[in-house]
Design a protein around this ligand. Sequence first.
Ligand SMILES: N[C@@H](CCC(=O)N[C@@H](CS)C(=O)NCC(=O)O)C(=O)O
Length: 216
Amino acid sequence: MEHAVQLYSFFNSSTSYRVRIALALKGLAADYRGVNIRTGEHRAPGYAELNPSRVVPTLVDGDFSLGQSMAILDYLDQRVPEPRLIPQEPRLRARVLELANVIACDMHPVNNLRILKYLQGPLGLSAAQKDAWYAHWAAEGFEAVERLLALHGSGPWCFGDQPTAADVCLVPQVANALRAGCDLAPYTRVMAVHAHAQQHPAFIAARPQAQPDHQP
Ligand SMILES: N[C@@H](CCC(=O)N[C@@H](CS)C(=O)NCC(=O)O)C(=O)O
């Protein structure tokens, strides 16, 4: 890309974290625009023109703005093909998307902030009930990811010796679950990939604590 893109992101947002890893892997500079989803900045007038779903992340590339982290990963692969996040070889591509979709489609949506707020607000669940919900769906998801890695994975990344969209999704989801106090020790393959990623410069640069809007 010939110019810097803008990334609308929240430091603790796992979907933003996916895109931050992708940008760093591809060596792309991004102007960081913090959007505080805890205080509702994503619902402020104007933001919906950039991101109709009123969520983070949003990537802005010149006059083109794009929401949905998985669409952003695909766009970045099309614009800057190497290193590829979504491989071209059909079966590897399918495996990477299979694992990434467990996280992006099955895990993340049910434990997203607005869902948890709705459980505790309109539905009147207690904090303990909300935490039980979170732990239940995190366990269901990580069990699936662990089984996928056992059947088809090959380290040190999810699928071989290069990070892909599978790792880009897995690492932020682990960070979310650890922050929520989930016990991830049973998922040894998941945690081995996570530990490996902690040594990689792109994954280090993308961590929540390295972002300009980070709050303790
Ligand atoms: N499927 C969307 C989900 C985006 C999303 O929900 N982002 C969360 C942060 S991880 C958010 O902005 N949540 C705001 C809210 O729940 O109100 C994507 O992958 O980009």
